[in-house]
Design a protein around this ligand. Structure first.
Ligand SMILES: [Zn+2]
Length: 93
């Protein structure tokens, strides 16, 4: 009759192990989602929010941006020069 409690404890430990593993996996997934949401909302953000120029990597207010539509996406640039350079670079690809 000793083997039954042993199996019972093993089952409990296994469930706890699975539970902790799922917690860790979920929290990692949630972090990824949060980061993704933050990145996504940045491009949809209010016009006075800072956005990043994808060409020169400078941050600037979206209000001052120079937009460029490419492949259905809208990019914002800090200057016409960056916009034109980015466009030429991506056109060559
Ligand atoms: Zn720039």
């Amino acid at each position: 009759m000793r083997i039954i409690p042993l199996l019972f404890y093993l089952a409990i430990f296994y469930l706890i192990y699975k539970f902790i593993r799922s917690l860790i996996t979920n929290s990692l997934k949630n972090d990824e989602n949060k980061n993704h949401d933050r990145r996504f909302s940045r491009s949809e953000a209010k016009s006075d929010d800072l956005i990043q120029d994808p060409y020169c990597k400078v941050f600037f207010p979206k209000n001052d941006g120079y937009p460029l539509k490419l492949d259905g996406k809208t990019f914002q640039f800090c200057s016409e020069k960056c916009r034109d350079s980015f466009y030429l670079d991506n056109k060559n690809d």
